[in-house]
Design a protein around this ligand. Structure first.
Ligand code: C2O
Ligand code: CU
Length: 524
């Protein structure tokens, strides 16, 4: 058993971390830091919770380009406040793309350039990141590349921000920014969301998130379920204040100082589960195969999703894709685990259930209200279903050769006194933690104290080892976010390509991220 095994790692504590090649930052009170369940603290709603299974699942509309030409589709999106009816007797203000939560879905064709002009009519600066996008630095949503609020507005990184950011204010920011996405990448479920320095957590919590689907010919040729039988599912937990607004324990709601009240530093957990912005919705489905593009857009909450009841014979969640698109071949799961920002593309065959029956999507990591997610009500009509899921090969997936790695780098994610650190350091804009060469395979190791969903910008990676052993059952395929469990060491193979510049490695628990669990690397 290697020194990377979880048991050994836990057994020898700090010495194990050093032995594993991590920076010797020490692990004070490691045992006390390891939570048993969720990475965070529950914030209870101050209103009666919405009734479960009383709303139909909304499907975000697909945004139409304002213009297209031979190579490019052009879009315009305005972030602005909107209203949603989520709890009885109150309207909830959301901050949404086009005023909606989730924002409209963008659909791109692989290889066809997509240009999105984002405007900001919110009271605070914003930044937009296309999560999973293979995007040059200038359009990647670097946290200091602010879109100023149209009407001026207060707060934001320029007014205070994270420690060590003096003078990096929004002085030059304009109320709109053009994001240019080459889209030279395979079909996958991407999402776009706020990435403002120090305030990503509260911004995404208020609703700044939407799907961006990339399609390609390889996938289209498979005959997977599509059209009304392809459902994007954005799962997010929220809590509500007494007036029906989203409750968020910000340290400073005026957005001068980032972060949350110290009790919530591990993460903010809500008691209401929203899917596509609706609490515990119901989706009417045919007795046929459906493709579910599941995204965990929660700030901190992890889910273990299962169908209840399971279909006869089990394996009800047939995984066909991960963060970075199709798997080589499908994997039948009884349950899938998702940390923040992870995507699972699954096919569910509702014809395995009796006509007229109902099946719930439940969360085995939740309790009470958070143990349930949504329900599918299966029709009784005879329907035709010409979709198929190839049992053999879905797609050609290149396997990165870890033995060819030119470098191994370790990133240790650990709590410090008042913030979160990588290799002992809170985020410092402009300071690079690594300078990988474009086109070369490297091994990046992520070491944790508590739960940290670790995300890389620019390119996806492949998990090669978990605690010295084989990858876990939810690690298959191209990933851009990996669920690092407490006191783990996860090694991934990554090869950055095409774009030289500054990019981010960070924890996607948004409370950790805002409280400095972020670093930069510079590709060259
Ligand atoms: Cu989904 Cu750097 O973020
Ligand atoms: Cu974290």
């Amino acid at each position: 058993m290697s020194a990377w095994s979880r048991r050994r790692f836990l057994g020898v504590g700090a010495a194990g971390v050093v032995g594993a090649g991590a920076v010797a930052v020490g692990l004070p009170a490691l045992g006390a830091l390891i939570p048993s369940g969720q990475p965070g603290l529950l914030l209870a709603s101050q209103v009666p919770l919405p009734k479960r299974y009383a709303t139909q699942l909304p499907i975000p509309s697909v945004l139409q380009p304002v213009r297209t030409d031979g190579t490019t589709d052009y879009y315009e999106i305005t972030a602005r406040p909107g209203m949603a009816r989520l709890v009885a007797g109150h309207d909830t203000e959301v901050w949404g793309y086009q005023g909606m939560f989730p924002g409209p879905t963008i659909e791109s064709r692989s290889g066809r350039r997509t240009v999105v002009t984002h405007k900001n009519e919110l009271p605070h600066p914003t930044v937009v990141h296309l999560h999973g996008g293979h995007t040059p630095h200038d359009s990647d949503g670097y946290p200091m590349d602010l879109i100023a609020p149209l009407g001026g507005g207060t707060g934001g990184p320029g007014a205070g921000g994270m420690a060590g950011m003096a003078g990096m204010g929004p002085a030059t920011a304009k109320p709109e920014r053009v994001y240019d996405y080459p889209m030279n990448q395979r079909a996958a479920t991407l999402w776009y969301h706020d990435h403002t320095m120090g305030f990503t957590g509260p911004h995404v919590y208020r609703g700044l998130a939407g799907f961006h689907l990339v399609r390609d010919d390889e996938e289209a040729a498979l005959g997977l379920p599509h059209g009304p039988r392809e459902l994007p599912l954005m799962i997010a937990d929220r809590a509500f204040a007494a007036d029906g607004s989203f409750a968020y324990p910000a340290l400073d709601p005026s957005e001068v100082k980032p972060g949350v009240q110290s009790a919530y530093m591990n993460g903010v957990l809500g008691d209401v589960i929203l899917v596509n912005g609706a609490p515990w919705p119901v989706a009417p489905v045919d007795r046929a195969r459906y493709r579910l593009r599941i995204l965990n857009a929660s700030n901190a909450r992890r889910y273990r999703l299962e169908l209840d009841p399971q279909p006869p014979g089990g394996g009800g969640l047939l995984q066909i894709g991960s963060d970075g698109g199709l798997l080589e071949r499908p994997i039948a799961h009884d349950a899938i685990e998702l940390a923040s920002a992870e995507r699972f593309d699954v096919v569910v065959d509702f014809s395995r259930y009796p006509a007229g029956s109902s099946v719930r999507l439940v969360n085995r990591l939740g309790s009470g209200s958070t143990a349930e997610v949504m329900r599918f009500d299966i029709g009784s009509a005879q329907v035709s279903d010409d979709s198929r899921v190839p049992g053999g090969t879905l797609a050609k997936v290149e396997k990165l050769d870890a033995s060819k790695a030119v470098a191994t780098r370790t990133f240790t994610f650990i709590k410090s006194q008042n913030n979160w650190t990588i290799n002992g350091q809170g985020y410092q804009p402009g300071q690079s933690l690594a300078s990988p060469k474009l086109g070369q395979v490297e091994i990046w190791r992520f070491v944790s104290d508590v739960h940290h969903p670790v995300h890389l910008h620019l390119d996806p990676f492949q998990v090669v080892r978990r605690n010295g052993d084989a990858p876990g059952e939810f690690d298959a395929g191209w990933k851009d976010t990996v669920d690092v469990l407490p006191a783990e060491g996860v090694e991934v193979a990554v090869r950055f390509t095409d774009y030289a510049g500054r990019f981010l490695v960070h924890c996607h628990n948004l409370e950790h991220e805002d409280m400095a669990s972020m670093g930069e690397f510079t590709t060259q």
